[in-house]
Design a protein around this ligand. Structure first.
Ligand SMILES: NC(=O)c1ccc[n+]([C@@H]2O[C@H](COP(=O)([O-])OP(=O)(O)OC[C@H]3O[C@@H](n4cnc5c(N)ncnc54)[C@H](OP(=O)(O)O)[C@@H]3O)[C@@H](O)[C@H]2O)c1
Length: 337
């Protein structure tokens, strides 16, 4: 099968190779997926460069955890999947060597999920990491219906997905962006209020939108950088769910400011969810993807904010593009090109 892979950590153009790799054997609990698209996420880049001390864990790594396509073979003990099913996959390259940056992938069937017809395959390749992260950040502390949420970075892959899932969950959404172009993306996702945090005082604007009360929950992409805003706008008993703090990985925390408001700091790491939490997330994500029009009239179909699609041959360029920070939203690789 055609694939992209690397055999050591390093710069994309120096370590990524494209060519033929052997097809993987199918175990009795496995499913083989003929991939249409592979979804690229920052963690795929971080693993390739050894971010935060991550080791090069396997001799050959086919990167990328997310993808979508059709099932081409099922193991003898697999139930609930059939050849031809449209599917999205997750965690394909988490503690496993062979991810989705290839024409096909063999995975334990639990990592393969049904993709409803109304979601196209390119969008399906962007569900895994963004949606599981967004779901846990939004729902770990109970229902969000009627609550006011701040979703930081609403044009990012996770943030954009979080806006849509938050609307599905019945929340009022305030989001932040850094450019007018990103504001358009956040608006298309359905955010009720969009703040350009580079041009406006985000905290002041959020307080004026909430009659001075602040927000019930924050979904946070830049914990350290946004701490001053958090301290001003998170209500007593509020929750901040943090999934990244890249620029300030060692922030200084004002203990008493959080303690005296009984606030919760929640850390979200989507790769290592408890089985019950993962199951809850997968069930909700399925309902969201399949369409809850009956009880949620007017909600737009889910979609990813795909900035650019690359061919398998151009995998290194795709990595470089996402790495450059130029992308607004998701980057995918068309694995059948
Ligand atoms: N913990 C987990 O399980 C988990 C899961 C998924 C992703 N992540 C991590 O989360 C981060 C984002 O992932 P992603 O795929 O969503 O990346 P992305 O598509 O690049 O989105 C990140 C967004 O955050 C915005 N942003 C950056 N600094 C900001 C700030 N101070 N305030 C508000 N917005 C800000 C960026 O736009 P501007 O810079 O223009 O504002 C961008 O739109 C990455 O570090 C990734 O590794 C963690």
């Amino acid at each position: 099968m055609k694939a992209a892979w690397y055999e050591r950590q390093g710069l994309a153009r120096e370590v990524i190779q494209v060519g033929e790799q052997p097809r993987q054997p199918l175990g009795e609990l496995d499913v083989r997926v003929r991939l249409a698209f592979s979804g690229l996420n920052p963690s795929d880049l971080k693993r390739r460069v050894g971010f935060n001390g991550q080791p090069h864990a396997f001799p050959t790594i086919i990167p990328n955890s997310d993808g979508a396509g059709h099932i081409s073979e099922v193991g003898s003990k697999v139930t609930g999947h059939a050849v031809g099913d449209r599917v999205w996959v997750f965690n394909a390259q988490w503690k496993r060597p062979f991810g989705t940056n290839a024409q096909e992938v063999v995975l334990p069937s639990r990592l393969v999920q049904p993709l409803p017809d109304r979601v196209d395959l390119a969008d399906g390749a962007c569900i895994g990491i963004p949606a599981l992260t967004a779901h846990r950040a939004l729902f770990s502390d109970g229902p969000i219906a009627g609550k006011t949420l701040l979703i930081q970075g609403g044009a990012g892959a996770v943030g954009h997905c979080a806006i849509q899932l938050a609307l599905w969950g019945g929340a009022r959404v305030i989001t932040t962006v850094s450019t007018p172009q990103k504001a358009k993306h956040a608006q298309k996702a359905g955010a009720h209020h969009i703040i350009n945090y580079k041009e406006e005082d985000a905290a002041e604007k959020i307080l004026s939108l909430t009659e001075g009360l602040g927000v019930d929950r924050i979904v946070e992409v830049a914990f350290g950088q946004n701490l001053p805003t958090t301290l001003k706008v998170l209500r007593p008993h509020g929750v901040i769910s943090c999934y990244a703090s890249d620029l300030q990985p060692m922030p200084t925390l004002p203990f008493y400011a959080f303690m005296m408001k009984n606030q919760t700091l929640r850390w979200v790491f989507m790769y290592e969810l408890l089985p019950a939490d993962l199951q809850a997330a997968l069930s909700d994500i399925f309902l969201w993807l399949a369409g809850g029009e009956a009880d949620r009239p007017g909600l737009a179909p889910p979609y990813a904010n795909i900035d650019k699609s690359f061919s398998l041959d151009d995998t290194a360029l795709a990595h470089e593009y996402l790495e450059s920070g130029a992308a607004t939203g998701n980057v995918v690789i068309a694995t059948d090109l």
